[in-house]
Design a protein around this ligand. Structure first.
Ligand code: DAH
Length: 348
């Protein structure tokens, strides 16, 4: 009988080694350790033996039982360990898929404002704060507004200052020749024709000149024209406004100089220069740099637009926007503005 039990132990051992899951293990347990297992039945039969046999057989059977229990426990522990591992792997997996809604989002690269736009925005704000109204003109002008009305007649040597892109006439009936405006000054006339003083306006706009390009010349560029007309307007007012705007724009890092000059539509004519106190680049160091033309509006312009004689005074100015932007941001070449080079644009 006992050797039958030993056989049983052997098959039980073999079987448990191929048990793959907990369910099979449970079946194994029922088969070898359950109430109806051969071992249990054997224990029940023990009472039929004599006391000495009972003792001997009982001890053997207990040994086998213990071995079977050990086998079972060992396998069970194996499964348990595996389960723990799977559980922590699942946890890890969960962690990998975890979505933290409090995390800041991925930055979507934003586009940048063009440096000229930045400067336009800043300057129009500064002028706006001083009560200037913003007016816009057209890129295409007539010869009259661009030149004649500004006292620049055809044979006037000053016209050579503005090399012009002329537009082919549409037909022979066209009265005034058309051109791409060479400066924003024509809007002075257009505005005055329609408005009575007092007023203060600025005209931001694009201009064109037919000339060779280099680091400081482009065939297209931008100006901000200014015009202030009132009963008592003087150059002192002009100087104070220019000081105010430029000091704010360049964060006080400049000296300003006003110098005599000539433009046909103003009298006297003035040019404004700046010098950097702390030069960002050696190119600008200790150099006076011209940044705008200006002057008191010539009385003939008032006549041209039909204003009453001797009633009004005014000053006008024209700022080079590229020049100011180059100085502010230390840009070495005007051609960069229109190059569409993303490496350049990204810096602003
Ligand atoms: N229109 C001039 C130019 O393009 C600049 C200028 C000079 C504008 C004097 C003005 C002024 O309003 O008064 O060179």
């Amino acid at each position: 009988m006992v050797w039958e039990l030993f056989n049983l132990l052997k098959t039980a051992e073999e079987e448990i080694s191929s048990v793959q899951n907990e369910k099979d293990l449970e079946n194994w347990r029922i088969k070898y350790l359950g109430r109806k297992s051969p071992l249990s039945l054997f224990f029940k039969e023990l009472k039929n033996f004599s006391p000495s046999e009972k003792k001997e057989l009982g001890e053997k059977a207990n040994e086998i039982r213990k071995k079977l229990v050990d086998l079972y426990e060992k396998k069970k522990n194996e499964f348990q360990a595996e389960n723990n591992l799977n559980f922590s792997l699942a946890k890890k997996d969960k962690k990998a898929n975890f979505f933290d809604i409090t995390q800041p989002g991925k930055r979507i690269p934003l586009s940048h404002l063009h440096p000229l736009t930045l400067v336009f925005n800043e300057l129009t704000n500064l002028f706006g704060n001083l009560g200037f109204q913003i007016v816009e003109g057209l890129d295409i002008e007539t010869e009259y507004y661009n030149f004649d009305a500004l006292r620049i007649p055809e044979d006037h040597p000053a016209r050579e200052m503005w090399d012009t892109f002329w537009l082919a006439p549409k037909d022979k009936k066209q009265k005034s020749k058309l051109l791409l405006r060479t400066h924003t000054s024509p809007m002075q006339i257009r505005f005055m024709e329609k408005h009575q003083p007092p007023f203060r306006i600025i005209v931001p706009g694009r201009c064109f000149r037919y000339e060779a390009t280099d680091f400081s010349h482009e065939i297209q560029f931008h100006q901000i024209e200014g015009l202030v007309v009132d009963e008592n307007v003087s150059l002192a007012n002009f100087k104070s406004i220019v000081n105010n705007i430029l000091m704010t724009f360049f964060r006080k890092n400049i000296e300003i100089r006003f110098r005599n000059s000539y433009f046909p539509f103003v009298s006297p004519g003035i040019e404004v220069d700046i010098k950097f106190k702390e030069a960002k680049s050696s190119v600008y160091k200790n150099k006076w740099l011209e940044i705008m033309g200006a002057g008191m509006v010539h009385p003939e312009l008032f006549q041209n637009v039909g204003y009453e004689k001797n009633q009004w005074q005014g000053f006008a100015f024209g700022l080079g926007v590229e020049r100011l932007t180059m100085l502010k941001y230390n840009i070495p070449d005007i051609r960069l503005f229109f190059s569409s080079d993303i490496r350049f644009l990204k810096q602003f």
